[in-house]
Design a binder for this molecule. Structure first.
Ligand SMILES: [Zn+2]
Length: 200
């Protein structure tokens, strides 16, 4: 005959066992979740490589408060450019000056976190990641982050570069960014066809 008290300890043990199983499952799930997160991060170099800002971005991130000359190597935005690009733009600026055009650099080298900040702001401005990607490249693809691009201004300097930039191998890359120049051909060569935008 089974006593009425007998079943009570069994469910208790089962409950304890169930709790133990739940704890083990939770630990396993958390661990696998963390692993998945790490794998995801490893597969998303843009997301993984960009540390968060611990203060306001500044000159050390390549931010220019106002446009500068290509000769202004006191600015990290200029100093950290690829030297071959800096030399080419310097020669172009010199030639432009002889034509009465003052060429200014509105953006040069940028830190990855500055580029990410620009991309985040573009997503807010344009309302979607897809539209933002037409205007702002990700930190892992931007030629500004690798020091291989400058943005020039003002408008007359941009038009001057469209006409003469290829003499120094400097080419407009994106049809929607008449200010953005990279070394994309040999000096005096022919620039490659422009891409529609940074996403294309
Ligand atoms: Zn640019």
């Amino acid at each position: 005959m089974i006593s009425l008290a007998a079943p009570v300890p069994v469910p208790r043990r089962r409950r304890r066992a169930a709790v133990a199983v739940a704890v083990v499952l939770a630990v396993v799930l958390l661990a696998s979740g963390a692993t998945a997160g790490l794998l995801w991060a490893a597969r998303s170099p843009g997301a993984a490589a960009v540390p968060a800002f611990d203060g306001p971005p500044g000159a050390d991130d390549g931010i220019l408060v106002s446009s500068v000359s290509i000769l202004d190597t006191g600015e990290p935005a200029i100093a950290r450019l690829d030297p071959a690009l800096r030399d080419a733009v310097g020669q172009a600026s010199h030639a432009a000056a002889a034509d009465g055009i003052v060429m200014e650099i509105t953006s040069g080298w940028r830190s990855a976190r500055y580029q990410q900040l620009m991309l985040d702001e573009a997503v807010t401005t344009y309302g979607s990641a897809a539209e933002a990607s037409r205007w702002v490249a990700s930190p892992d693809t931007s030629a500004h982050v690798s020091g291989r691009a400058v943005d020039v201004g003002p408008l007359d300097a941009q038009f001057w570069m469209m006409e003469h930039g290829a003499r120094w191998g400097l080419c407009q890359i994106f049809a929607n960014e008449r200010w953005h120049y990279e070394r994309a051909t040999t000096p005096g060569g022919t620039c490659p066809p422009q891409r529609m935008d940074a996403a294309g």
